[in-house]
Design a protein around this ligand. Structure first.
Ligand code: ADP
Ligand code: MG
Length: 620
């Protein structure tokens, strides 16, 4: 038995300010979808049963004392109350004050900020942000919670009560059974939740997959005797054969474990037997959570061992770049007392992780057969998936096959590498791509001119991670990937340009301080000049990433390529050495930088030169 410091008198506490705001909001504006309160309270009761079962691994007496774990809904017409009782882990006084007076997760501000004013949508956000308990106040004007922590004595019970108006009270009470009861004094307009029919319907809709029995007790009324019935099937859904689980059940279970209110896009349910036995049920959500890029965002699977819940957010079962996958893994041969630390380098876990990773990639590949669904997936998680190209060399080729790119030969549709390979002429032995800051900058890039002329497709990459990602992707299906703006191009007969032109030599000496070199090119058709990165030079995206991270960025000088067939270059040829020639040469370089989405080194000087040119042009 645990020591418990008994506070004899009733104490009054104020809610944390954020809780008060939240309660105000729940009470005054979230009533159109209000039956979700039941889902939230049942979900808490189910969590409490899971926790008790887990604690009993170390202390079997806890489970013996509790008996069969379950949840009871009891209604009382006379007092107008509805209570939800569990025989789970329970709370002591400190826990009651902490858990039901403050909001632990950092998500509250985000929750309040993401409210749209659309009640239906907003009420569905509640579960996602870890504030489910407070939804009791949507239907109740007074809520009491009586709890006793498993393993403490009857006298150590605690009673919490509040009308949701800024304060709550806490006092010590005697309580026969460990576990928790939440007692709702229903508002006058919420009395429909005393109707057994309504309760059955709500439990069926939202909580059928809960793995503990949910019982409804209806008291005797006049001639009618009291009844007790079990409302749900109460089996671990992932242990049932696939053929016996309906899509709707899969979707409901998804919502239960993810706290998402939308259907999942797809899922994969598998049982693997043999030495490395496990069952997995993995879902691809339809939408990315608000915190997918936060370091401390919740990720990972729910881990069960022989149906006993072990932990949430077991992140060792999938790599970081698949952190958006939700689901359950039940590995019956893991030790029941497995800890996060142990999971880290436990051989069998690594094997399961490798298998689950392949499973997810397969599931995504299959999703790729449906363009509409896949694009919706890609728009939400494509950026995250790209991290895998760098992170997971073993599966690089498979992940590469899942990538989608804008393309120079399509206006809107995205292309996969396989489509590119299918389309390209047999004699083309490279996959060309171009990096730019935005999709439209890529489309306008002077580098594309010669590719367009020759009818060669170029993939257009404009996500911030693209340059980093593509540096890990040398080839796909043995075809080299080549940056269209890097190094010298060898598009067959392209190299017969006149590198001995005196104009090129003059430009080289005029711009010697700014550029590595100047060379004549056939890369360009309509533009006079462009910048080309040397083969191993950092590109602008990587430079900015390093700069933003406070890393030293090596100086680099670009190569300026010029189009000797362009009128401007022809005109320049006849300008004598001197200030005018130098100004024009500098402008040639500046506009090449602008076309890349970069600022010229000295924008003020560029502006001055342009003014001068314009004045000359107007005066002529
Ligand atoms: P969440 O369930 O996302 O943590 P809630 O607002 O639903 O957020 O619940 C807050 C906390 O209150 C829970 O994390 C849990 O610690 C505690 N709690 C709520 N209901 C119960 C219960 N029936 N038994 C034990 N603890 C509970
Ligand atoms: Mg909850």
């Amino acid at each position: 038995m645990q020591e418990h410091v008994v506070s004899t008198e009733k104490q009054t506490h104020g809610f944390q300010a954020e809780v008060s705001r939240l309660l105000h909001l729940m009470i005054h504006s979230l009533y159109s979808n209000r039956e979700i309160f039941l889902r939230e309270l049942i979900s808490n009761a189910s969590d409490a049963c899971d926790k008790l079962r887990f604690s009993s691994l170390d202390n079997p007496a806890l489970l013996e004392a509790a008996g069969e774990l379950g949840i009871t809904i009891q209604l009382d017409n006379e007092s107008g109350t509805l209570s939800i009782t569990d025989n789970g882990i329970g709370m002591d006084e400190t826990e009651v004050i902490d858990n039901l007076g403050t909001i632990a997760r950092s998500g509250t501000e985000k929750f309040l900020a993401s409210l749209s004013g659309d009640q239906k949508k907003d009420s569905q956000l509640i579960g996602q942000f870890g504030v489910g308990f407070y939804s009791a106040f949507i239907v109740a004007d007074k809520v009491a919670v009586e709890s006793r922590k498993a393993g403490t004595e009857a006298a150590a019970g605690v009673r919490w009560e509040s009308d949701g108006q800024g304060e709550f009270t806490v006092e010590t009470v005697a309580r026969d059974q460990p576990g928790t009861s939440v007692i709702l004094h229903l508002r006058d307009d919420a009395k429909e939740f005393l109707d057994p029919f309504k309760l059955r319907q709500v439990v069926n809709q939202y909580s059928d997959h809960v793995a503990f029995p949910i019982r409804l007790i209806v008291p005797a009324d006049g001639d009618e005797a009291a009844t007790e019935e079990t409302l749900n099937s109460a089996t671990a859904l992932w242990q049932r054969p696939r053929s016996e689980v309906s899509d709707e059940e899969y979707q409901n279970f998804y919502k239960h474990i993810s706290h998402d209110f939308q259907d999942a896009l797809t899922w994969s349910h598998n049982k693997v037997e043999g030495k490395l036995e496990y069952t997995s049920l993995l879902y691809v959500p339809a939408r990315a959570p608000f915190d997918i890029y936060h370091r401390d965002a919740s990720r990972g699977l729910k881990l069960y061992v022989q149906r006993v819940f072990i932990m949430d957010e077991a992140e060792q079962f999938l790599p970081q770049y698949l952190r958006f996958i939700k689901g359950v893994v039940d590995a019956p041969n893991l030790p029941l007392n497995v800890s996060r630390e142990l999971l880290q380098d436990y051989g069998p876990v690594k094997k399961i992780r490798a298998a689950l990773t392949k499973r997810v990639l397969q599931m995504l590949k299959k999703l790729g057969n449906d363009d509409e669904q896949y694009l919706s997936f890609w728009s939400q998680f494509g950026q995250v998936l790209k991290e895998g190209i760098g992170e997971d060399p073993d599966n690089r080729e498979t992940i590469a096959g899942l990538l989608r790119f804008a393309s120079s030969v399509q206006d809107e549709d995205l292309a996969s590498l396989d489509e590119y390979l299918d389309r390209k002429p047999a004699e083309q032995d490279k996959i060309y791509y171009l990096l730019a800051d935005t999709a439209s900058a890529a489309r306008q890039s002077p580098h594309l001119e010669v590719f367009r002329k020759k009818g060669i497709e170029v993939l257009l990459l404009s996500d911030p991670v693209d340059e980093w990602m593509i540096s890990y992707l040398d080839s796909y299906k043995d075809v080299k990937l080549v940056n269209a703006a890097r190094g010298e191009l060898d598009l067959d007969e392209l190299n017969d340009t006149d590198q001995d032109s005196p104009l090129v030599a003059r430009l080289k000496s005029s711009l010697a301080a700014e550029v590595e070199t100047v060379r004549a090119t056939q890369r360009l058709v309509d533009s006079p000049s462009c910048l080309v990165l040397a083969k191993d030079e950092l590109g602008p995206q990587m430079r900015r990433m390093l700069e933003a991270a406070g890393q030293p960025v090596p100086e680099n000088k670009p190569v300026l390529e010029v189009n000797l067939d362009h009128d401007l270059l022809k005109a320049l040829d006849s300008v004598e050495e001197g200030d005018k020639f130098n100004d024009l040469a500098a402008l040639l370089l500046d506009q090449a930088m602008l076309a890349e989405g970069q600022l010229p080194k000295d924008p003020a000087a560029t502006a001055r030169r342009m003014h001068q040119m314009l004045v000359n042009a107007v005066n002529n």
